[in-house]
Design a protein around this ligand. Structure first.
Ligand SMILES: [Zn+2]
Length: 478
């Protein structure tokens, strides 16, 4: 088996005993096939055990596990910059899969939009995705969304979200999904089957049992659903609802996206069933989902992006944003009580693990989001000598607080370079082809969706909208 050696970097290895990062300086990572075969002192790696290996010198670089994005909807990427100030109440009737003119999205648009979204993530060091695929308005867009995942070269748990439609009834969606199972046959394939089951709290017992049966037949490796909680009238206490319907009999990990108002009872259930949440910090701030309690359950949390068209697909940026928002919220609360913050509530290491190891834990995979022997070779190398990184002694702090996408030299997924020496290595097609097609799609769909419908009077039966004060700069714009 041919090997690749990343020689002489600072390696952020995972230490199982302390469940934390062990920094190995002057170390080399040996990759055979799609897994890490060895992590050695650089001097030991010179013993010529791998005479045929491709050797990449990573002196001065920080070698990190690949980043994990546990919540995304990639088909929407071509809306990029269409809704810079969109709120959640505006989103559904305007640009979601439930928009009245959703048929404007042709299959080829869904394909290139999804593909470009994955590429954006790969360029930013994201190697694994949990895709909540609600491209569900025709059989053709459903299938081609999966093709984009397969063509991306990324590691993807593809969780289709069935919703009943007149033109594409749910039973037909179920049948199509089962026929697609042949696309996911082998244990080492990068794209794996999952299932999205939104709205458990409004589904009948029969529908839930049918969805459970589908998950069994698909051999789904993960289930996922949106979970808002708090004052939102929809998607309440979902871990409790899932437990009531014995969803855990399936023995499939469940990832709840957002969960900004997760209750203490639901936290107990998450821990009991080893389920995780996907905090999507920027989305929850941008759209106004709100965030109250997710920071209290980091032991069962990971990070996601949500809608990559409204902001960047960079998971490290999300980790930093979450870190600083948790710090900022807590210190403000303490100051408002007239006291002085004594210690920080969240460490940089915590942020790094949320973006890496915890993504693997959310899918119950101990070989994802870590650098250790036997783990999948999903690896990101940061240039530690850039103007914004130079001088670091703590490599985790350098990555979380100082790095940006321009520092990402190499990205490897399953032992294959998807970015090398700062240049993308696409699995399918060329960047020129993808970008030309994507630009056409972006222009066309943004034209078709450029006029948002009037704000609805309410959302899911809730009518208590409130218009809070705007910033002083925004007042000038009125
Ligand atoms: Zn979402």
């Amino acid at each position: 088996m041919s090997a690749t050696i990343l020689r002489n970097g600072t390696v952020l290895a995972y230490d199982e005993d302390s469940a934390s990062i062990k920094v190995l300086r002057k170390a080399s990572v040996v990759i055979e096939g799609d897994r890490i075969a060895a992590i050695l002192d650089t001097d030991a790696s010179k013993d010529n055990s791998y005479p045929q290996a491709e050797v990449i010198d990573v002196t001065g670089q920080i070698v990190s596990p690949g980043l994990v994005n546990t919540h995304c909807h990639m088909w929407q990427t071509a809306y990029r910059t269409l809704g810079p100030d969109v709120t959640l109440a505006q989103y559904f009737g305007w640009v979601s899969q439930r928009a009245s003119n959703i048929q404007e999205w042709a299959p080829e648009d869904v394909y290139v939009s999804s593909l470009e979204g994955y590429i954006e993530g790969i360029n930013a060091g994201v190697t694994s995705y949990l895709e909540h695929a609600h491209n569900n308005w025709t059989q053709a867009v459903m299938k081609i969304g999966l093709k984009a995942a397969l063509d991306s070269g990324a590691r993807i748990w593809w969780c289709y979200h069935p919703i009943n439609r007149d033109n594409f009834p749910i039973n037909e969606q179920y049948r199509t999904l089962k026929s697609l199972k042949s696309e996911f046959p082998k244990a080492d394939d990068l794209v794996r089957m999952g299932l999205a089951i939104d709205g458990l709290d409004s589904m009948s017992e029969g529908d839930i049992q049918q969805a459970k049966q589908l998950a069994r037949e698909l051999e789904a490796e993960v289930l996922t659903a949106h979970y808002l909680g708090g004052p939102w009238p929809f998607a309440q206490q979902l871990p409790e609802v899932a437990a009531k319907h014995e969803v855990h009999d399936l023995h499939i990990p469940f990832v709840w996206s957002h969960a900004g108002f997760v209750s203490s009872k639901d936290m107990d259930l998450l821990r009991k069933h080893n389920d995780h949440i996907s905090i999507t910090p920027e989305s929850e701030m941008h759209y106004g989902h709100g965030q109250d309690t997710s920071h209290l359950i980091h032991d069962q949390a990971s990070l996601g992006i949500d809608t990559q068209w409204t902001f960047s697909g960079d998971i490290l940026l999300q980790a930093r944003m979450w870190l600083q928002s948790v710090r900022g919220r807590q210190s403000t609360e303490i100051l408002k009580r007239g006291h002085i913050p004594k210690q920080t509530p969240m460490s940089v290491m915590d942020a790094f693990l949320l973006a890496t190891r915890n993504g693997g834990r959310a899918i119950h995979r101990d070989d994802i989001g870590v650098l250790r022997v036997g783990a999948k070779a999903d690896i990101v190398c940061f240039d530690g000598n850039s103007p914004n990184m130079l001088g670091w002694t703590d490599p985790v702090a350098a990555v979380v607080l100082h790095s940006n996408i321009a520092d990402i030299k190499h990205v490897m997924i399953g032992g294959q370079f998807r970015k090398k020496d700062g240049k993308l290595v696409l699995n399918s097609g060329s960047w020129e082809e993808v970008s030309a097609q994507f630009t056409q799609t972006a222009q066309r769909v943004q034209q078709a969706f450029k006029n948002p419908p009037p704000l609805p009077e309410g959302i899911w039966g809730k009518y208590e909208f409130e218009d809070g004060p705007r910033t002083s700069a925004s007042k000038e714009e009125r």
